[in-house]
Design a protein around this ligand. Structure first.
Ligand code: PSU
Ligand code: MN
Length: 302
């Protein structure tokens, strides 16, 4: 079992039953967002959580140590060059003493669950890739969302994935998928993918009640939160950027863990950086909703 090192404020909050929201670090590293937007994303997410009365806990591997919560003087490290660490990479990052292993959704969930945290916020989750029949590429995020006892809060998944198959996977894996004040599965930059979520919820209390009533309490719940309407990007702009990015990835023979960072970088270049403010807005919004959920969970337990 992995035994992460907790930041003092995170450890104190968990001990006292106070609300905590875990965050991943891939999104804040060079793999997720360009500089200086990544710094802005980090401070906006931390503040969104704190403002709602919860303690943020950024996950990462630093000098081979799995961490839940990093101090302010370590922020520059989180914003720098990283090696991508999914859940399966955590033991390797520890054994080899990686300087900065940026946690993906799966790794963040593993660390946060081991720490006893119930709520996790990210931007977009990984999912089933469109070329899955040829490549077999299904993000480890999905299995981790299903198999850790956490609520994952996201703005859906990017439309370069096969969103319909992603929903099917989550159904098979037994993950309750909840839409926050919304009937459709969001597609990250846009509020609707055209696919319905199985259930809509209207409050953080409802999410907490779903979590408490799971048939298998060791497993997870997915809450999808659409990007705020004012920050949404025009779907046709995104679609053409996505098509180009995917064609480039195929032409350059990009495979495995390199696919997602490659496509993300191409989308941000193809939209001339227009995608970045949208990305910041949805990440901040997800962190805020996650904090509300964490507050509802901890007050239900009292
Ligand atoms: N989707 C995004 N932005 C991201 C990621 C996904 O919109 O930064 C990152 C997350 O850390 C996610 C990971 O967990 O990519 C998934 O990678 P893969 O598709 O290789 O499983
Ligand atoms: Mn993959």
């Amino acid at each position: 079992m992995i035994d992460p090192v907790l930041a003092p404020d995170v450890a104190a909050a968990i001990r006292a039953g106070h609300p905590v929201v875990a965050l991943e670090s891939t999104i804040f590293s060079h793999l997720g967002l360009p500089s200086p937007a990544n710094r802005e994303a980090l401070s906006r997410c931390l503040e969104a959580v704190e403002r709602r009365g919860a303690v943020p806990a950024v996950t990462a591997v630093l000098d081979g140590v799995p961490r839940v919560g990093v101090s302010e003087d370590e922020h520059d490290r989180i914003l720098g060059v990283a090696r991508k660490a999914a859940e399966r990479d955590l033991p390797v990052a520890m054994a080899q003493g990686w300087e900065f292993g940026a946690t993906t959704v799966s790794a963040a969930l593993a660390l946060a669950a081991a720490a006893g945290i119930s709520v996790f916020a990210t931007g977009g989750i990984g999912g089933v890739h469109r070329e899955v029949a040829a490549t077999g590429d299904v993000s480890a995020d999905l299995d981790a969302i299903a198999s850790h006892p956490m609520v994952t809060v996201c703005a859906g998944a990017k439309a370069f994935l096969d969103l319909s198959r992603t929903l099917e996977y989550l159904e098979t894996a037994g993950v309750p998928v909840l839409g926050w004040h919304h009937d459709d599965l969001p597609a990250f930059y846009t509020r609707s993918s055209g696919l319905r979520v199985p259930h809509r919820v209207e409050s953080a209390g409802e999410v907490a009640a779903v979590l408490a009533a799971r048939t298998r309490p060791e497993r997870g719940v997915l809450l999808t939160v659409p990007i705020p309407a004012d920050d949404e990007i025009d779907p046709t702009t995104i679609d053409s950027a996505l098509a180009e990015a995917l064609a480039d990835a195929a032409a350059e023979g990009i495979r495995g863990a390199a696919v997602t960072p490659f496509v993300l970088a191409r989308i941000s270049a193809a939209t001339g950086g227009d995608s970045v403010p949208a990305n910041l807005a949805l990440a901040e919004n997800n962190a805020a909703v996650a904090a509300e959920v964490a507050v509802a969970i901890s007050s239900a337990v009292r």
